[in-house]
Design a protein around this ligand. Structure first.
Ligand SMILES: Cc1cc2nc3c(=O)[nH]c(=O)nc-3n(C[C@H](O)[C@H](O)[C@H](O)COP(=O)(O)OP(=O)(O)OC[C@H]3O[C@@H](n4cnc5c(N)ncnc54)[C@H](O)[C@@H]3O)c2cc1C
Length: 395
């Protein structure tokens, strides 16, 4: 069947694939995006926390650094995306309001203090505050909360609005084409990727293929060891019960839960995202009854005022996990650029991904990225770091 040629073909139209497409367009490339359901992967479930601090894990200082570097790029990324999409400032919901961390009982507080010690060691700026001080910041904090912390380093943006803005940029670009089909195989010639076949049997020739198919990336290229990590988020419609607009995260008897309020609408109500579960199982998009129950019970333990919310949606999608939880960003072979494996932090890491794509495709930088940050990203996210375990199966 007819073969269409373009400079850059992006497999996957989630937040990462469209970010890569936008940056390739900015570099002057002709771009094809292949995706049967753009935006309906992990991007659809994401809460949009930009949370390098609360996501910081013992032994994962490199990942935390990637997160903080990317967070620093977010204001400029948001501004240039809003401009490119013809949207007013603020349209993609970047809110730098900080985050309130809550502990429900004594054991949760002990765990929070362990996290705060790590934050102190890494200079992340979080401080313990009393539950009463927490209520000064968000009056809806419940009476049974045992402890709290103020986390000034974590913020939020609206992933669905970001994706809509990226889609608008791609839709409006004469040099871009969105094809609503799935890629079935990469085309290899002499060890280089030169295109992709789709599920309608069409072949697409491309100078560069960007693989950004979320957790499915590994099915197309086994050298990208991605796996599905399903998670559920709930969307509520909330009235004036939540006043602050702050992201609230906590643990309730050891179970993590978060409440992410979007901006208030003109009618005084707002969308609130409650999340999230995280499972090691195959992707089936089915929402478990117990997951919905547990998330709602734990969220109302921290913020009892949520009882008056209207239930809108439960969404279960899979994060693109990797063996070490870090993304796969960079050249995997001649003609094959990986932009996948962003696991729990694809929204947070979108600006750094844009910067790496700018760097690798030789495009106009959309964000002024310090060389050291870029170097750290390229090193930590190097797709060849798993080469020993994948050798021999890549082609
Ligand atoms: C419950 C939940 C909550 C989350 N919360 C946050 C958060 O608060 N903050 C944060 O930073 N991150 C969060 N994340 C993570 C974030 O959503 C992901 O890291 C991010 O969406 C990854 O983007 P992506 O474009 O790589 O993948 P996806 O959004 O999954 O997109 C992949 C795309 O590839 C397409 N595709 C798949 N196979 C093919 C194929 N063969 N051919 C063509 N196209 C294909 C799919 O249709 C899909 O559109 C959350 C994720 C989940 C599940």
């Amino acid at each position: 069947m007819t073969s269409h040629a373009c400079d850059v073909l992006v497999v996957g139209g989630g937040i990462i694939g469209l970010t890569a497409a936008w940056r390739a367009l900015a570099a002057g490339a002709t771009v094809t995006v292949l995706d049967p359901a753009p935006g309906d992967g992990a991007t659809r479930a994401a809460a949009g926390m930009l949370a390098p601090v609360m996501e910081a894990g013992f032994g994962q200082s490199g990942l935390t650094r990637l997160g903080t570097e990317s967070l620093a790029l977010w204001p400029r990324f948001a501004r240039s995306l809003e401009q490119a999409a013809g949207l007013p400032p603020g349209a993609i919901g970047l809110d730098r309001t900080g985050t309130l961390a809550l502990a429900y009982d004594g054991d949760d507080l002990a765990e929070l203090r362990r996290m705060l010690a790590l934050h102190r060691e890494w200079g992340l700026g979080s401080v313990e505050i009393s539950p009463d001080d927490a209520r000064l910041r968000e009056p809806a904090v419940g009476p049974r909360v045992a402890g709290a912390a103020w986390v000034p380093g974590d913020h939020q943006a609206d992933p669905r609005a970001v994706h809509a803005a990226l889609s608008a940029v791609v839709d409006a670009a004469p040099a871009a084409r969105l094809v609503r089909r799935a890629a079935t195989a990469l085309t290899w010639v002499d060890g280089a990727v030169v295109g992709v076949s789709d599920d309608a049997g069409e072949r697409h020739a491309a100078g560069t293929v960007v693989l950004a198919a979320g957790f499915s990336s590994g099915e197309l290229f086994p050298g990208a060891p991605t796996r599905a990590v399903p998670g559920t988020t709930l969307r509520l419609d909330v009235g004036p019960e939540l006043t602050s607009g702050l992201v609230v995260r906590g643990t309730v008897q050891g179970r993590p839960v978060y409440v992410v309020p979007r901006r208030q609408r003109a009618d005084g109500r707002r969308e609130v995202v409650v999340g999230a579960t995280s499972d090691e199982r195959d992707d089936d998009r089915l929402t478990r009854y117990a997951d919905v129950f547990t998330l709602l019970r734990d969220a109302r333990a921290l913020l009892p005022a949520l009882d008056d919310a209207v239930f809108v949606e439960a969404t279960t999608r899979s994060r693109p996990g990797t063996p070490d939880n870090a993304p796969l960003l960079g050249w995997a072979a001649d003609g094959l650029l990986l932009a996948t494996g962003h696991h729990r932090n694809g929204v947070l890491l979108a600006p750094l991904t844009a910067a790496v794509v700018d760097h690798l495709l030789g495009g106009a930088p959309g964000a002024a990225v310090p060389g050291a940050a870029l170097e750290a990203a390229v090193l930590l996210a190097d797709p060849h770091r798993f080469a020993r375990t994948t050798q021999g199966v890549a082609r």
